[in-house]
Design a protein around this ligand. Sequence first.
Ligand SMILES: [Mn+2]
Length: 465
Amino acid sequence: MILSDGEHRWRMGDGTGYFGVVRRRTAQKRGADFLAALVGKQTTCLRKLGGDRAGEVRFGRFLRNSGVTKEEMLAEAGLATGSRVGGRHVLVIQDTTELNFSGHVESKRGFGTVGNGLDIGFFLHPQVTLDAQTGGIIGLAGATVLNRTQRSKTHRRSRPITEKESRRWLDGVETAGRVLAEALEITVVADRESDIYEEFARRPTNVHLLTRAAQDRALTGGGRLFGFAAALAERARYTVDVPAKGGHPARKALVALGFGTVSIERPRNGADQTLPPQIALDVVDVRELDPPRGEQPVHWCLLTTHRVTSVTDAHRIVGWYRRRWTIEQVFRTLKGQGFAIEESQIVDVATLAKLATAALIAAVRVMQLVHARDGATAQKLADAFQIEDEPLIEALVRKLEGKTEKQKNPHPTGTLARVAWVIGRLGGWSGYVGGGYKPAGPKTMHYGLTQFDSIKHGWSLAQNV
Ligand SMILES: [Mn+2]
């Protein structure tokens, strides 16, 4: 079997070629090669990656012994993302997804349990970076891989597991501030699990927070947060789309928007008593007026360190929070056709964590292209590719364009949309839009990247002659 990142090609079969190359390279570069190799494969299911049983064994050994750690891969991804954020306001969406391998219970070693306490697996907790203005994906800032077997380690018993697990939210904020230091502004966006007093108290000075409230916190001077939010004056009224969920059809909801400033009190129990006793935050509350009977009413109570003093500010905050769906899409891509990470045949947890990390980085790259494909994110090629790739991309445009106007790449040179057109075409997309033709989705983009990486390999060989 051959792995390629478009730049290098290694034969796995003799067991020496790949490792011979690897030893001469820096750790970070190795991480990048490994990722590119992974993107170049259609699935993370080991049997398919390895080809046959013998190949499967070899690939498993490669993953275990390649010397590429998940930390190196994440550092590499973070470095690339950090280099793209200069002068931009970025949203960093963080959330947790559960990888469940209960389909292979008997074969797995070293696993912890996932949410239901019985199945085996672990959690991935990434920080996905977006342009705040357009929503275009810039890349991965970092991620935590959490294996719950840590529960049983004696020396950790002194601290409750819930506290250790909630640490990932604080770590994510710290990572964002460090890795994306070149950004004009950083706003970390997260759901209710991230409503942690310490997170607000310890945020780095260059990071803003936007979190959905989970706790009905005591306010300075009396009263509670949820009562305060419910009593906010209505400042605007508008209609939102509520997507279909669990047997409930999609519907429209009329909502009222309110906002105000609060000072939340340090919790009496649980919180580190050296933290500041109060924190000033702004609240944006979106509440459905007249929810239909039997439907879950729309209600978001958002807490932010940004100042909110106008209806425009409040709408902006809600808009940023709604960008959270991007991370849900990354998770769906990771688990869906193409990557199928939960179907991996790898039996030991350290190797699988490595593979999951690589697949996560690749899934973010795939979603970058999906989001950029219609030009709405107005991104440059450099948000996902190397500037040196441009001559090859232009050669591919010429090769793939048809004779009619409809078959031409409609996007300007140097844009990510132009590259997404190429990658989509390489993945099997017809090139047509509208009239029943579907645009290129994650599976097509993933396959297109495979093709691109092998073409790039051939291209760089030709340039070197
Ligand atoms: Mn969540």
